[in-house]
Ligand binder design. Structure first.
Ligand code: GMT
Length: 377
């Protein structure tokens, strides 16, 4: 099968999922063409079956904003024709689903019937997409995709609640490539580079946007470290970086926190981790939590959005109401207080993550492709 994948190439979860999917399909012998403005950060697998087509937007003094959708839809048409693609799989509705609709219409005029699969990821529906500025176009692009998928049941419900959708929506959960999470041996994971022997290591990974409530991470860690000697690893960059650093200074815990910036090797960083914090306002799925669990790390999260589909209360971690940092700290202390409890939660986290293995989830995407291209896969 020849498939075009359109995504954001940066550190967001939607780009990660799209890239992992493309690499997995290429490993199975399909021809995958990434169409985006930069090489995706997680694209670490080189093969003759993976291609990258850069969408370039020319600067022009008249443009206050670069017309990216225009350049993207033109590039989609060019790549579909040049490489005889059968499917365009677009991740994140804005502006990808809209650009794909335009490409589909342009291709129709040339006698080509390209199929468009749209995968909704979360903020494209819950935060940005449903804003009155975008709602009409997002609703239109969803209704005019050949197939629509969401990454959780919760996001499907949100999509149906926020938009007037005339299409069936299929839920395909996010997945993990366990080959990237091998059994970690202590010599490969030198914890003492980061923390003392008696300290636990707590991790948070995100784009540090307001929706992640990264200040709550600092508040939870502040309470935990009063009872349990620990260090906090903060991975990611974003607008709240400065304010959380200031809060950590105010609370006198800055020397217990390591700010590691963006990383495309979170699997390696997570090998150190005893507990993962994800106190988000909302999370359609919480890929970061799943990545933590794949690295045997229990999760303290909120109970919003799709998080209960990933993190199981009292088994793989705990879920609390948004903003209830006391409860989250109390639960974190419960998990970390003795080795036996921690090892049980670590074991459970890994077992739950296995349900979301690539082997389990990939067939659902192939089924979707088969619905629109009968002789595929
Ligand atoms: O805003 C973000 O958190 C990034 C966003 C993205 O597009 O990368 O993440 C969303 O998609 C991920 C992959 O499907 C999900 O795991 C995240 O839960 C979702 N984020 C939100 O819903 C806030």
């Amino acid at each position: 099968m020849k498939i075009g994948i359109v995504c954001y190439p940066t550190f967001g979860g939607s780009g990660v999922v799209a890239t992992e999917l493309g690499m997995a399909l290429a490993k199975k012998g399909h021809h995958v063409h990434f169409i985006t403005y930069k090489q995706p950060v997680r694209l670490d697998f080189i093969s003759n079956d993976i291609h990258f087509h850069e969408v370039f937007v020319e600067e022009y003094p008249l443009f206050q904003f670069q017309p990216y959708e225009l350049a993207l839809s033109s590039k989609m048409v060019e790549v579909v024709l040049a490489h005889e693609l059968e499917i365009l799989h677009v991740h994140y509705a804005i502006p990808h689903a809209y650009a794909a609709y335009m490409a589909k219409q342009m291709l129709k005029e040339k006698g080509v019937d390209i199929k468009v699969v749209t995968t909704l990821h979360g903020t494209d529906i819950t935060l940005v997409g449903s804003h009155p500025n975008y709602k009409t176009a997002v609703e239109f692009s969803i209704n005019n995709s050949d197939i629509v998928t969401t990454v959780s049941e919760s996001l499907k419900r949100d999509t149906l609640r926020l938009f007037n959708i005339r299409k069936d929506i299929k839920v395909i959960h996010n997945f993990i490539d366990f080959e990237k999470y091998p059994e970690i041996h202590s010599e490969e994971c030198q914890r003492n580079n980061i923390a003392n022997e008696n300290e636990r290591i707590i991790t948070h990974i995100s784009n540090l946007r307001p929706v992640k409530r990264a200040k709550d991470v600092i508040k939870i860690f502040y309470k935990i470290q009063q009872e349990i000697p620990s260090k906090l690893l903060l991975v990611g960059e974003g607008p709240d970086r400065e304010s959380i650093e200031n809060l950590a200074k105010e609370l006198g815990i800055i020397d217990k926190i390591l700010f590691l910036g963006n990383s495309n090797e979170v699997n390696k960083l997570l090998c150190y981790s005893d507990l993962f914090l994800l106190p988000s306002e909302t999370e359609s799925f919480g890929l970061a939590a799943l990545e933590a669990m794949a690295a045997r790390t229990p999760v303290i999260s909120t109970n919003s959005g799709g998080l209960p589909e990933v993190n199981i209360q009292g088994v793989t971690g705990f879920l609390s109401d948004v903003g209830d940092t006391d409860d989250m700290a109390k639960n974190g202390i419960f998990i970390l207080k003795d080795d036996k409890t921690l090892q049980q939660f670590k074991h459970n986290a890994l077992e739950q993550a296995k349900q979301f293995s690539m082997q389990n989830v990939l067939p659902s995407y192939k089924e979707v492709y088969r619905e629109v291209v009968t002789d595929c896969c």
